[in-house]
Design a protein around this ligand. Structure first.
Ligand code: 8X3
Length: 247
């Protein structure tokens, strides 16, 4: 029996992370599903014949443990854990929300990449981060989130150069508006009405499966092919970021 290739997905308890874990399992990967909510990733791991590890990416010990559990060879790292908290203008923004976003989206992503580099190098693997079009263009009410995603983009740009002579590829997927399980709900502290308003007027936002398809596509590319960045937007957002609504 040939060994299955190994993929690790952080933030796998819902949304793009969970969909990506399923898509990679469908391609035959042994998927290590990581998230803070262990019960969720255990259920997912049972469904896709993968493995579950509890991991809060803001906790370096958790991240190191995740890397140890995944093993010495990792073919695909999907550093997906992240989120948006709050949508206030700069004038009134809650800066604790900003700290949390920077901690999870930026430092958490960096810590995850650091922990997995040796195993990725051993397997000639690929790092896929989930950035955002908010990392390219800012929008009102989005300064904290957009700033954190701009930082992810900067991180990936530097990393790509640093890894130039190493057998590890680096790809950033930047989704536009995705109607996922929890993204908008979390952003608005569980306020379903505000969360629903985000998608008003957008006929067909992306789904988490659309992004998972992109993840699986990149994972399966031959080693000589590198896609640096893939911007995936709903058609309604094709020209610019203008359809985004946070209030
Ligand atoms: C999510 C994209 O436009 O909702 O990363 O901020 S947006």
């Amino acid at each position: 029996m040939t060994e299955r290739k190994v993929a690790v997905v952080t933030g796998a308890s819902s949304g793009i992370g969970r969909a990506s874990a399923r898509a990679l399992a469908a391609k035959g990967y042994d998927v290590v599903c990581a998230a803070r909510r262990l019960d969720r990733v255990e259920e997912l791991a049972r469904e896709i014949d993968g493995r579950a590890v509890q991991c809060d990416v803001t906790n370096v010990d958790d991240v190191k443990n995740l890397a140890a559990q995944a093993g010495s060879r990792v073919d695909v790292l999907v550093a997906n854990a992240g989120g948006a908290f709050g949508a206030e203008p700069v004038a009134t923004a809650n800066l604790d929300d900003w700290r949390r976003m920077y901690d999870v989206n930026v430092i958490g992503t960096a810590a995850t990449i650091q922990a997995f580099l040796p195993a990725l190098e051993a397997a000639h693997g690929v790092i896929i981060t989930i950035g955002s079009t908010a990392g390219i263009v800012s929008y009102e009410g989005g300064a904290g989130y957009c700033g954190s995603k701009h930082a992810v983009r900067a991180l990936m740009g530097a990393l790509r150069l640093e890894l130039f002579d190493k057998p590890v590829r680096v790809c950033e997927i930047d989704p536009g508006m995705v109607k996922s399980d929890e993204f908008a709900l979390v952003r608005f502290g569980g306020d379903a009405e505000k969360a629903a308003a985000v998608y008003q007027g957008v006929e067909a936002p992306l789904t988490q499966d659309d992004i998972a398809d992109a993840v699986a596509y990149i994972a399966e590319l031959p080693e000589h092919v590198n896609i640096d960045q893939m911007v995936v937007r709903p058609r309604a957002q094709a020209a610019q970021h203008k359809v985004h609504r946070t209030s």
